[in-house]
Write a protein that binds this ligand. Sequence first.
Ligand code: DX5
Ligand code: ZN
Length: 212
Amino acid sequence: MDVALSILTVDYSDVRKSLENVIDSVDYIHLDVMDGEFVPNISFGYSFIKSLRKITDKPFDTHLMMVHPNKYIKEFVEAGSDYITFHIEADCDAKETIDLIHSFNVKAGISIKPNTKVDEIKDLLPCLDMVLVMSVEPGFGGQKFMPIAIDKVKELSELKKKYNYNYLINIDGGIKDTTAVYIKDYVDLAVSGSYILNSDTPKENALKLKNL
Ligand code: DX5
Ligand code: ZN
């Protein structure tokens, strides 16, 4: 299982230093963009992502928790995103937004909140590069893993095999060694934030997840 490091809880005063010891042990950098409306929190935007691009070549997995994700796709592309994922619960035409992301030669993903069923994105699966299953209510790092996500990644994995779909299966929220064991056989990658960054052994924790 690949690991996408969520930097939401990083020390923003010295991001470079906070990441230097761990960045080589993860596969993606997961970037949580929050607009204060789709979720009750504000994080950072494309300018921050653009700066971050200067310190690493790792693929950027940008997760837009925004009511109107389609408004700034170009900016998130130019900032260096490799994957751009938006929410099916957002206020936009999902197919149009996927096409817009693809028009910049960037991979497109859709995320579903804990109460949204896989069924609601079934028609979109053939054209997606990533499906991001939320295992917490989006908005904050450090929350408890919600087991409702387990059946969803399993279902996505079965659909992927059955129809030969291309999307990567990703899961986000409360991922650590003890929760990842439930999902590791069904996902391609998993997002982990506080378990890695807010520990005294970030590198070891990242490798523990990778080698489960
Ligand atoms: C929640 C974010 C997550 C979060 C993960 O809205 O989408 O990416 O930062 O952090 P942990 O691993 O602490 O749950
Ligand atoms: Zn996220």
